[in-house]
Design a protein around this ligand. Structure first.
Ligand SMILES: [Mn+2]
Length: 290
């Protein structure tokens, strides 16, 4: 297994200067830095190269995460929006390739976070999404993307894929080798009957995993999740891939708004405190997951 962390733990906005992050996360004990695809296609070439150098120098693997904007949804009934989404990904994949990124995950099959004041037709949206994902998968493959993680999200954030079972059905319908199931223990707390059953359902289709507590603090600081059970089940299905923690503990900015964090989850949310928690958590993960 390789262990990572999503940069937005420390950030209030989606697009930031990532250059200092590889050194930071390596020093805290991580193998992976997950960055957002937001704004990547517009990142100046020198910044792309600086991030790649920083990652290489620190032996850090980069992965990508993304929640497409409404105008980037491949499930849209508007062909112009689908075309815009494909254009977005073509430019984004080109940058990911330069960064050596081969794994991208998130609600890539639609848009995020969903605006529930708008009407939608789940079956029709799924149909279009599956059809368009086949084309997106082929495009991704041409840029060296080996894993497009279809992240199963909780009901408040999405309606197309809420469970491991729905995710597996989607992935099988797309039927492309680089389109895989992606689970997130935070969303699983809300949607699944059992962590074990959900992971067994994903089985060999699991391509990426987000970890976080019920309260989105770092693993080890919640009250609900049996991490040993999750570790044992991952071993049982032979999963040896990427595990990225995705904590969100600071309110404010667009990150806080999109994630619905309306309070700081600690009195002390200093960088030192966040660093210490992340360091202890990845050590905890390595102990439990072996
Ligand atoms: Mn996630």
């Amino acid at each position: 297994m390789k262990y990572g962390i999503y940069y937005a733990y420390w950030a209030k906005e989606w697009g930031v200067d990532y250059t200092p992050f590889p050194k930071k996360v390596a020093s805290l004990g991580f193998d992976i830095l997950e960055i957002s695809c937001a704004g990547l296609k517009d990142l100046p070439e020198k910044d792309v190269l600086a991030l790649k150098s920083a990652a290489d120098e620190n032996g850090v693997l980069l992965t990508g995460g993304y929640g497409p904007r409404p105008e980037e949804s491949i499930a849209s009934e508007d062909p112009a929006i689908v075309q815009n989404a494909m254009d977005f990904w073509k430019k984004t994949f080109a940058v990911l390739e330069k960064l050596g990124i081969t794994t991208v995950g998130g609600g890539l099959y639609g848009y995020w976070p969903v605006d529930y004041t708008k009407e939608f037709d789940k079956a029709a949206d799924l149909d279009r999404s599956i059809r368009n994902m086949k084309a997106l998968a082929d495009m991704a493959e041409s840029f060296g993307i080996t894993t497009l993680g279809m992240e199963s999200l909780n009901r408040h954030e999405g309606y197309l894929i809420n469970s491991a079972k729905e995710c597996l059905d989607y992935v099988k319908a797309v039927d492309k080798p680089n389109v895989k199931v992606m689970l997130d223990t935070y969303h699983m707390c809300i949607e699944e009957d059992s962590f074990r059953d959900a992971i067994l359902t994903a089985g060999s289709y699991l391509g990426h995993l987000h970890v976080g507590e019920n309260n989105r603090k770092v693993p080890g600081q919640g009250h609900l999740i049996d991490w040993k059970e999750i570790a044992d089940t991952l071993h049982e299905i032979g999963y040896d891939g990427t595990i990225v923690m995705e904590p969100f503990v600071i309110h404010g900015g667009q990150v806080g708004k999109d994630i619905r964090v309306w309070r700081d989850l600690f009195t002390d949310v200093s960088e030192e405190r966040l660093d210490r928690d992340a360091k202890e958590s990845v050590a905890f993960m390595r102990r439990v997951f072996g």
